[in-house]
Ligand binder design. Structure first.
Ligand code: NAP
Length: 475
């Protein structure tokens, strides 16, 4: 299906700028050029930081910031079709999933507007100690300063929204570097922010070589907080290199689910099939490792495989498509080599495992050895594993046997099993009778272990993007 090519400029200090060289954005589905954006480097990034710093010299009141955020939410809803098509074209995301992402961004902005309106400090109970008697103390929540934001390709709109909307709510100006493969949605969002009345300098968007722009964000003292969503090694390296800044990391996962013998297998099978393969598994919480109590294993597979085989693989622009391409041919080949590695190590491929019309088929790998990459690394592709386990405890132990800790799930009808799993699964979030791919935008979302060190969701991100200032009054 034809996609329209669009050209967008960078946003620096309220101006839409070109740089003389361009990055072409191509469709991961058919390689067609879907747009182009100017390529920036260290100079533009420093200029953007200057604009951001200058903007913050004129702080805008909360009601004004909230009204802008509300207007962006309205614009996202009004221009839903264009927004979803932009996501789909540049990321190769099926329209079904692109529409969900576009709608979620409305909710991210709406929640951020709420947070802008209720941003407040605390009153400290001073007479709780003898030293405080006769004093009144309160805290003010001050914006931390200029935020450097770096976002990944897989949610090119809503994960940008999760950075720039809370930053504005907190009163921080931003310099954003979106993923080079998917900059168009971010620049469309920037256009909506400017049309909503955002004054110059509060949002700046630069695209270009990641390490050059990243180096400026790490080294420049004007950046007080870096918010990064992306892969594990790059994220932790950034944090290591910027010890004096707050560096908030939202990283990867190898998402596990434990299905207990008493679970509703029809429900679990449907939810897990949809959430292992949506956007070809390229979500940080895509269902990857499924552990099923042995007595329910065959029954689960009987229900699960037909759901997987019914998924429609094809053109992401087609409203009926469930599974489209992965982001690049090299990623497709890497994922295929991981499937082959598991097969060679004795795993059975229950469905998929091949490339049809250039697209990787949804693939279910049964009982891979624990050291096969599909069983222990983040696949980030349309692949999940299934393995029988002797007990809920064994399932929880296997789910935990990873360096990742973003979200995990358990399916059971037993409340005490559910609560035990929730306590014992070492992850930032645990879903019960829902796929761990579930996220609503107001949730505190983030990981432990290698998966990150923060929580996103406007209320939590605003907390990270502000500093508490104590004020003590002698009465
Ligand atoms: P990535 O390769 O790590 O890239 C993420 C961003 O970092 C891109 O903007 C990239 O720019 C930039 N980058 C690359 N090298 C850099 C450097 N040296 N300094 C500064 N920035 C640098 O990740 P991705 O492939 O786009 O996204 C997939 C990963 O993100 C997966 O691991 C997934 O699990 C994770 N993820 C996590 C969450 C979460 O909320 N926890 C959500 C979504 C995705 P270029 O595009 O220019 O290379």
């Amino acid at each position: 299906m034809a996609t329209t090519s669009s050209e967008r400029k960078l946003l620096v200090g309220g101006n839409w700028v070109e740089t003389g060289s361009w990055i072409e954005v191509t469709s991961p589905y058919d390689g067609a050029v879907v747009g182009r954006v100017p390529e920036a480097g260290a100079d533009e990034t420093r200029r953007a930081l200057g604009a951001a710093e200058k903007a913050m010299l004129d702080p805008r009141p909360a009601h004004e910031r909230a009204a802008i955020l509300d207007r962006v939410a309205d614009a996202l809803a009004d221009r839903h079709d264009e927004v979803a098509r932009t996501i789909s074209a540049e990321a190769g995301k099926p329209m079904k999933a692109a529409r969900v992402e576009a709608s979620r961004a409305v909710s991210t902005y709406t929640m951020a507007a709420v947070e802008a309106r209720k941003l407040a400090g605390d009153v400290v109970p001073m007479d709780a100690s003898p030293a405080g008697v006769g004093k009144l103390a309160l805290t003010l929540r001050q914006p931390i300063g200029v935020v450097g934001a770096i976002s990944p390709f897989n949610f090119p709109l809503n994960l940008v929204a999760h950075k720039i909307a809370p930053a504005l709510a907190a009163g921080c100006a931003v310099v954003l570097k979106p993923a080079s493969t998917t900059p168009l949605s971010a620049l469309l969002l920037a256009e909506l922010e400017t049309e909503a009345g955002l004054p110059a300098g509060w949002l700046n968007v630069v695209c270009g070589p990641a390490s050059e722009i990243g180096d400026v964000l790490v080294e420049d003292e004007r950046v007080k907080l870096i918010t990064f969503t992306g892969s594990v090694p790059i994220g932790w390296k950034l944090r290591e290199r910027a010890p004096r800044k707050r560096v908030n990391l939202e990283l990867g996962n190898a998402t596990p689910v434990v299905v207990a013998a008493d679970a509703d297998l029809d429900d679990a099978a449907g939810r897990l099939a949809a959430n292992a393969f949506s956007f070809a598994g390229q979500s940080c919480i895509s269902v990857q490792r499924i552990y099923v109590e042995r007595s329910a294993y065959d029954g689960f597979l009987e229900r699960f495989l037909p759901h997987v085989e019914a998924l429609k693989v094809g053109d992401p622009a087609d409203e009926e498509t469930d599974v489209g391409p992965v982001i690049s041919d090299s990623e497709r080949d890497r994922i295929l080599s991981w499937i082959e590695e598991a097969r060679a190590a004795g795993a059975r491929i229950l469905t998929g495992g091949t490339i049809e019309n250039g697209l990787l088929e949804p693939t279910v790998v049964a009982e891979p050895p624990p050291d096969a990459k599909v069983a222990c690394e983040e696949v980030f592709g349309p692949v999940c594993t299934v393995s029988p386990v002797g007990s809920l405890d064994e399932g929880i132990a296997l789910a935990n046997s990873t360096r990742f800790g973003l979200q995990a799930g358990v399916f059971t009808r037993d409340v005490s099993s559910a609560l035990r799993a929730a306590r014992e699964l070492e992850f930032g979030g645990v879903t019960v009778n829902e796929a761990p791919t579930f996220r609503a935008d107001q949730m505190p979302y983030g990981g432990v272990k290698d998966s990150g060190n923060t929580r996103e969701g406007p209320a939590y991100a605003v907390r990270e993007m502000t500093e508490e200032r104590l004020v003590v009054l002698q009465l």
